[in-house]
Ligand binder design. Structure first.
Ligand SMILES: *Cc1c(COP(=O)(O)O)cnc(C)c1O
Length: 384
């Protein structure tokens, strides 16, 4: 199988090698604090072994920890309460570091090992940092993270527990992102910044393969996936999930693309608004769902193009709806997810009247509720 990076905007191709991040001609328009131009896509030629997931790093380089293959829940009580018999929950709260980000960190760590790279750095709102620190610990990598001081304490402590170097930023994620880029440019350390490193998108496609496989085995027959609800901030998870379904379509594993929904918080809805207007407009973010709070979605341009190509949709929910959905998932399904994840369930609840009654909808629950106890306490009216 032959792999390359390809620029979705101009079609230029590049080798997948250390030091290559963006498509340089397209990236010349980039400015701090804006969605990135020139984000590259992983592209391959050749035949995929049935049952395997095509990824640009060979299996022998992955570190020894169990990433992915997370459960797909059939939430009976939630289904009957919501009148949604086709609802499924994809549970990534049980990843090693407690979030979906492990799928990307796993691929980046394998890439580092393949190329003999000893250090990885990244900016994060919390989960990407704790994830890279976790996977890096198992892989024997030095990990340096740039984290806003306001990040939930559990995510910060995870970083320290896993033995990574924590650099706290007096500012938001957007400032952490730019500070980290300056650090990796100066030092030559491998950047795991979301979207900037194309592997962070490609690594996130694996869940699509698992969903299709598990829906098949759970009923013995191929089941079409009609809708997938993805909590969205920077737009890397949603783009990765779409990449996965694109591969599955190409491989003949599915007959058509599902409708992919970007679920966003009212206070951080840049991608949803751009899907509506065609343009990204700057607005400072404000939502308690910290993992999806971004001023400028770094992967916005890439994700928007993918959503448009496949007829994707967006749904915007309030912080109150997010907290209600969080409690609902906990109390009716037994699945305790952080607010950023619960956003996807809130989005499903809001969009449900427009979906077909028997249609299959998978809600991606991307992070553990234990990561942000303060918001969880607020949701149940408990003091903290
Ligand atoms: C990062 C994250 C998201 C959003 O992913 P993007 O790629 O930024 O859109 C959603 N939920 C959780 C728990 C996350 O950590």
């Amino acid at each position: 199988m032959k792999w390359n990076y390809r620029c979705p905007s101009c079609g230029a191709e590049y080798a997948i090698e250390p030091g290559r991040y963006l498509c340089e001609p397209c990236a010349s328009r980039n400015a701090p604090g804006l969605p990135l131009h020139g984000v590259l896509e992983c592209a391959f030629e050749g035949k995929v072994e049935p049952g395997s997931v095509p990824l640009p790093v060979e299996a022998e380089f992955y570190p020894a920890l169990p990433v992915g293959n997370t459960p797909l829940w059939r939430p009976e009580r939630l289904r009957s309460e919501l009148g949604a018999p086709g609802l499924w929950l994809k549970d990534d709260t049980c990843e090693p570091s407690g979030s979906y980000k492990d799928r990307a960190s796993y691929l980046v760590a394998a890439f580092a090992r393949k190329h003999g790279i000893g250090e990885v750095a990244l900016a994060s709102t919390g989960n990407a940092a704790s994830s890279m620190a976790c996977v890096g610990a198992a892989a024997g990598l030095k990990v340096t993270v740039f984290l806003p001081r306001s990040a939930p304490v559990a995510k910060r402590i995870q970083v320290l527990q896993y033995g990574a170097e924590l650099r706290e930023i007096d500012g938001n994620y957007d400032l952490a992102f730019d500070t980290c880029l300056a650090y990796t440019k100066e030092t030559g350390v491998l950047s795991r910044n979301t979207a900037y490193n194309p592997l962070t998108i490609e690594g996130k496609k694996t869940a699509a393969f698992e969903i299709v496989r598990d829906l098949r085995t759970s009923r013995g027959l191929p089941v079409a996936v009609d809708h997938v609800f993805v909590p969205t901030g920077d737009g890397a998870i949603i783009a990765g999930v779409i990449r996965g379904f694109e591969d599955l379509l190409l491989m003949g594993e599915i007959e058509r693309m599902p409708r992919i929904w970007a679920a966003q918080a009212e206070g951080s809805s840049a991608l949803a608004r751009a899907l509506d207007t065609g343009e990204f407009e700057f607005r400072a973010s404000g939502t308690l769902a910290d993992s999806i709070a971004v001023d400028a979605p770094r992967n916005g341009i890439f994700a928007l193009a993918k959503l448009k190509k496949h007829g994707g949709s967006a749904v915007i929910v309030t912080d109150e709806e997010i907290l209600e959905a969080q409690v609902l998932a906990s109390s009716r399904a037994g699945l305790f997810a952080e607010p950023s994840s619960a956003c996807a369930l809130a989005g499903f609840i809001k969009a449900r009247p427009s979906l077909g009654k028997g249609e299959t909808a998978v809600v991606m629950l991307t992070g553990s509720g234990l990561k942000d106890i303060k918001s969880a306490a607020r949701a149940v009216g408990a003091s903290y």
